[in-house]
Design a protein around this ligand. Sequence first.
Ligand SMILES: CC(C)(COP(=O)(O)OP(=O)(O)OC[C@H]1O[C@@H](n2cnc3c(N)ncnc32)[C@H](O)[C@@H]1OP(=O)(O)O)[C@@H](O)C(=O)NCCC(=O)NCCS
Length: 181
Amino acid sequence: MTDLASVWPPAPIRTERLVLRPSEARDRPAFIELFASPEVHTYLGGPRPRDELERAVPEVPGRRPGVFVIDADGAMVGTVTLERRDAQRPGHVRPDAGEAEIGYMLLPEAWGQGYAAEACAAALRWFARALPGEPVVLCTRTDNHRSTRLARELGFTEAERFEEYGAEQWFGVLTPVTPSD
Ligand SMILES: CC(C)(COP(=O)(O)OP(=O)(O)OC[C@H]1O[C@@H](n2cnc3c(N)ncnc32)[C@H](O)[C@@H]1OP(=O)(O)O)[C@@H](O)C(=O)NCCC(=O)NCCS
């Protein structure tokens, strides 16, 4: 299993309307908005208090391999992440676990515009080139309909469902396309 750090950071990735890039200090207020938003955290265990976030969030948040800021017109509107799934958690497709897992979170004002789909598709294309042949997994609550819709649109298929954090989880996999020589 190749370490994500060995392919990080990539050059900024440009799509039709967005740029995916590593985080910067100027993104801090948007990170705090994301973590404090009750709407964003409806299916993610609830928001964190803003005053606590103001104290705890580092100067440059999300500065680690696999964390892309989604930038629209020069401002952060969310994140898309590709990180190794914790072997202790349920849901695996490889015997050695440690699968690459995609996650996404957008500020509510950026929903309903296809930004999440555009950003995730670009991140997955980057991943397929950077670490070819690896599957990507995705775990989201079954009742998070915007998220399961997006997962299916991105090409993920349901591998299993299980209970975690007191709710039913949809666990999907995106199998790499094998080039036919
Ligand atoms: C999950 C989440 C990213 C989905 O956001 P989203 O905006 O619904 O997702 P998409 O990018 O697929 O956009 C689809 C919507 O954009 C619309 N749209 C507009 N222009 C579009 C375009 N050019 N292309 C595609 N869709 C477009 C679609 O019609 C659809 O609209 P609708 O919601 O009114 O039906 C968002 O709800 C979120 O951040 N939730 C909180 C975090 C979370 O739960 N994450 C999951 C854990 S991994």
